[in-house]
Ligand binder design. Structure first.
Ligand code: PLP
Length: 401
């Protein structure tokens, strides 16, 4: 008899991991990997934040035993997350209408939310932006949803096609779930303005849609509070909602898998019942979250000194990305390229949809050892003062020829 695996096909490779493998194998000293999805510092290194290091030192010295956590995770962590997402004085927090679950990164939070939503609203359609983070579609389809897209990116301005987005949202059946990026849209870098968010909230409310806000970059655009505008406006409008948070980037804690799912309900009683149901989803999946990452984030956020240190380090990452954005715009201009790249400085967060074509991206790789995603997405946080001139030279070269 043949193996049960005999007919298994090879799954397609993750395109970004494939890019990293090709980059690692490249022997050119000048090579640059703009395809990554992480924040690198000025030295091209993944940082370990000082606030994290300090909190870890304290935890190491305390040497706590490693018992199980509650299903929903560490209470101090979940409270700190709510304060970051909604503000400590927000009505939803004060009225105990928001419940939060420590989750395995932003991805884990999305997955717990997706699994619970499938039980709650089994026939709802789910829509994501066009384009969106490459894992959104697969994750929600994996949870059993039919996934559609709403108009989002405008290739002409390399900003948001807001009229198109509104038309998409207005055409949705009531009860549809709308996945929205809170800020630093991945992959485009194109975000809504505060005024546009207010309009989106009005449409979501008027059409009885269910907002699911993915907040993977809080603090990377403008700061903690301004980047939280979407969940705060939805909360102020009295809407039920889901929010996934990730601290992978903002605490540079990628591998520790620190995220959270928050759910806002109409009353404290409703929230308590939803809590009991989401706990069942978690219990039958991974039972309860790991201890370390959440404990570190909670320690940083609840210590005034460490919190201040973290906010300073977060601002440092944000400002460095901004400097790379304006730097690249200026350097391309100085190289007299025909195209206007000023949109790069208007986009926010780690990524930019540059408009570079598949052929241009291919030439960047083959001729210059500069690696980017074939969609033209580049990671601005992979630039630094030593490689930015080389990158600008290379882009100018592939644009001209
Ligand atoms: N959502 C978006 C929009 C992201 O860009 C990412 C990470 O790249 C995630 C979610 C996942 O975050 P995590 O790595 O914490 O699972």
């Amino acid at each position: 008899s043949s193996s049960i695996f005999a007919a298994v096909e090879m799954a397609p490779r993750d395109p970004i991991l494939g890019l990293t493998e090709a980059f690692n194998a490249d022997t050119r000293a000048t090579k640059v990997n703009l395809g990554v999805g992480v924040y690198y510092d000025e030295n091209g290194k993944l940082p370990l934040l000082g606030a994290v290091k300090a909190a870890e030192k304290v935890r190491l010295e305390a040497a706590p035993a490693r018992g199980y956590q509650p299903i929903e995770g560490l209470a101090a962590y979940n409270q700190a997350v709510q304060n970051l997402v909604f503000g400590a004085n927000s009505a939803v927090v004060r009225e105990n209408r928001v419940i939060t679950f420590e989750a395995l990164g932003g991805t884990g939070a999305l997955k717990v939310g997706a699994d619970y939503l499938k039980r709650l609203l089994p026939y709802a359609k789910l829509i994501i932006s066009d384009p969106s983070w490459e894992n959104h579609r697969a994750l929600f389809e994996g949870a059993g949803f039919t996934v559609d897209t709403y108009t989002y990116f405008d290739p002409a301005t390399r900003g948001v096609n807001f009229a198109g987005m509104k038309a998409s949202l207005n055409a949705l059946p009531a009860g549809s779930i709308v996945l929205l990026h809170a800020c630093c849209h991945n992959p485009t870098g194109a975000d809504l303005t505060a005024a546009q968010w207010k309009e989106v909230v009005e449409i979501v409310k008027a059409r009885d849609l269910v907002p699911f806000v993915d907040m993977a970059y809080q603090g990377f655009a403008e700061g903690i509070e301004p980047d939280g505008i979407a969940p705060r406006l939805f909360a102020d409008a009295g809407l039920d909602m889901f929010v996934s948070s990730s601290f992978s980037k903002s605490f540079s804690l990628y591998g520790e898998r620190v995220g959270a799912l928050s759910i806002v309900a109409a009353s404290k009683d409703e929230a308590a019942r939803v809590l009991s149901q989401v706990k069942r989803v978690i219990r039958t999946n991974y039972s309860n979250p790991p201890t370390h990452g959440g404990a570190i984030v909670a320690a940083v956020l609840s210590s005034p000194e460490l919190r201040q240190q973290w906010e300073g380090e977060l601002a440092g990452m944000r400002d460095r990305i901004r400097a790379m954005r304006t730097g690249l715009v200026d350097k391309l201009k100085a190289r007299k390229v025909a195209q206007d790249f000023s949109f790069i400085a208007r986009q926010r967060g780690m990524f930019s949809y540059t408009g570079l074509t598949v052929d241009q991206v291919e030439r960047l790789m083959s001729e210059f050892g500069i690696y980017a995603v074939s969609t033209g997405r580049v990671c601005m946080a992979a630039l630094n003062s030593r490689n930015i001139d080389y990158v600008a030279d290379a882009i100018a070269a592939v644009l001209k020829a």
